[in-house]
Structures are given as structure tokens and as C-alpha cells.
Design a protein. Structure first.
Length: 129
């Protein structure tokens, strides 16, 4: 009988810990969205934060009902911004200059790996890009 009660206690402890973690996640998401909203004034942000902190369940529920669609929009905008910044960074790091390419072509020509005609064709291609 003792073991059954222990299992039940552990199970409910896990459920409550999960719910608490989910609640913290929702609170952080709502407060972060309040602060990143460009369509809210400072006073509106302060009122929303106060509402969410003073009456948490009602505040979060009201925010999700009234501004849930804007949360999705803000999330998509952030994702797009991060994705574009990442793409620009990768392009800036991976970009090879035309001078480097011409130097490599010259070395290949000097070694006899490519002919003069191939060199000139590749050189025109690099300079046109």
C-alpha cells in the first residue's frame, strides 16, 4: 500500500512541476511580447505588465485573447529578422573575392592544369560576375 501512495505522489509531483514550467514559459512569452510590441505605448506596456503580474491568470488569459494574433506576428518577424541576419553573415564570411579567384586560376595555368583558353574563359566569367 505504501508503494502505491509513493508512485501516486511522484506522478502528481511530476505533473505539477510540468505545469509550473509551462506557466513560467507562458509568462515569459507574454511579458517578452509586451516589451517587443511596437504598437503599444509605454503606458500601455506598463498597464499590461502590471495586469499580468498582479492578476496573473486573468492577465495572461486576457492578453492571449486580445493580442494572441499579434504575438504570432511578432514571432514571425523575429524569425525572419534572425534568418536574414544569419544569411547575410554566412554570405559575408563565405564570399571569395574576384582577385582570389583570379590568383587561383593563374596558379592552375602556371602548373599546366588548365590551358590559356580555359584560363581566359574562366577569367571572363569571374570578371563578369
Amino acid at each position: 500500500m505504501e508503494a502505491d501512495f509513493g508512485f501516486f505522489h511522484v506522478f502528481w509531483s511530476i505533473v505539477w512541476i510540468f505545469l509550473f514550467a509551462a506557466w513560467i514559459w507562458v509568462m515569459v512569452s507574454v511579458v517578452a511580447d509586451i516589451f517587443r510590441s511596437t504598437d503599444l505605448s509605454g503606458v500601455s506596456k506598463a498597464l499590461w505588465v502590471a495586469f499580468v503580474i498582479l492578476i496573473p491568470w486573468l492577465g495572461v488569459l486576457a492578453y492571449l485573447l486580445l493580442r494572441g494574433d499579434k504575438m504570432r506576428t511578432h514571432s514571425e518577424e523575429d524569425f525572419t529578422t534572425i534568418q536574414n541576419a544569419q544569411r547575410d553573415y554566412i554570405r559575408s564570411v563565405a564570399q571569395v573575392s574576384a582577385a582570389d579567384e583570379l590568383e587561383k586560376l593563374g596558379a592552375l595555368k602556371d602548373k599546366g592544369v588548365i590551358t590559356d583558353a580555359e584560363f581566359e574563359a574562366q577569367k571572363a566569367k569571374i570578371l563578369s560576375a
